[in-house]
Design a protein around this ligand. Structure first.
Ligand code: ATR
Length: 297
């Protein structure tokens, strides 16, 4: 006899299902659940990735709870990435230097990792760009800028940090110099209008600010009227919209511009590898992210 509704997607949670997930507050806009679950499904893995909306004041309680329930690991997003530094048993050198944990691995000890720097560097190298010895201008000094600058400094890039609040850029430069012997990182003590002087010398410009992100897509972390340098690669960490106003301006000047989607995919892929020991299906993860971004949320 014919089975009915065979075309409906089947939820395949079994008694063996391994759990991972995301700690955030809020978490509902995250596209990490569809990204990881598509990866598990494509490989026929009996794993599931769940969103956990955890209030900041409940984070310390959530961790032993997650371990007791047998979760294999977790991702963390805003506002938990810094708080986790003092809640884990062990930090990787990256997580310590960046000052943020975005991935937890539960074993005998709870280890805090940061896969954002590796994710960014992989996405950057995939474009064909060679960061060794390049001149990089990083806009921003928040969590994303910390991860990007750490990755770039480790690769031997010469980095200038420019941030609306200069003290944060100065602190980040000092942290990187302390963490990476010989790191060539400085904070530009310049007003925004002089960005053009630095940009003209840059091989790579990274937008690690949130300026231009949906829904404020008219905003730009760049002085109005200042042309984008044609020779620089723009790497905008924003992925929604897929082309920011800054990216459009860079392309109009003849420069190459990339968005942040592949950094998101690769930081997820690194976490997937840590939890499962399996090579992540990057193309499947990318396609799942694109589908999720297109859905209204
Ligand atoms: P994330 O973890 O995503 O990096 P964050 O730590 O809040 O988030 O950092 C946001 C970055 O965007 C910071 O560099 C911030 O500058 P400040 O340090 O001066 O706050 C930058 N940013 C946010 N809104 C901005 C704006 N309107 N103009 C310029 N920079 C802005």
């Amino acid at each position: 006899m014919m089975m009915q509704n065979t075309s409906l997607p089947q939820l395949s949670i079994t008694g063996h299902t391994q759990l991972v997930g995301l700690l955030g507050w809020p978490v509902e806009h995250s596209i990490s659940p569809p990204m990881h679950n598509a990866a598990f499904a494509s490989l026929g893995m009996d794993w599931c990735y769940l969103p956990f909306a955890v209030r900041p004041e409940a984070l310390a309680e959530a961790l032993p709870g997650a371990r007791a329930l047998g979760l294999r690991g977790l991702n963390a997003t805003v506002p938990h990435k810094q708080a986790l530094l003092s809640l884990v048993d062990e930090l990787t050198p990256e997580a310590r230097a960046i000052g943020a944990v975005n991935t937890l691995l539960f074993g005998d000890r709870m280890v805090g990792h940061n896969t954002d720097a590796a994710g960014f560097m992989r996405a950057l190298r995939e474009t064909g760009f060679r960061p060794e010895g390049c001149r990089a201008l990083v806009l921003g000094a928040g969590g994303a800028a910390r991860a990007v600058s750490y990755g770039l400094a480790n690769a031997g890039a010469r980095i200038t940090l420019l941030n609306r609040t200069p003290e944060r850029a100065i602190a980040l430069a000092a942290d990187l110099q302390a963490a990476i012997p010989g790191a060539d990182v400085r904070a530009a003590p310049l007003p925004q209008m002089q960005i053009g002087l630095l940009a003209a010398k840059a091989d790579l410009i990274v937008n690690a600010t949130s300026v231009g992100m949906w829904p404020h897509t008219d905003a730009m972390p760049w002085p109005e009227g200042l042309p984008f340098p044609e020779r620089a690669l723009l790497f905008d960490l924003i992925y929604n919209p897929p082309e920011t106003r800054l990216m459009a301006q860079a392309r109009a000047q003849g420069a190459r511009a990339e968005n942040g989607l592949m950094m998101l995919v690769h930081q997820g892929a690194e976490a997937f590898r840590l939890w499962t020991g399996v090579e992540p299906p990057v193309d499947i993860m990318q396609a799942a992210c694109l589908r999720a971004i297109r859905l209204p949320h």
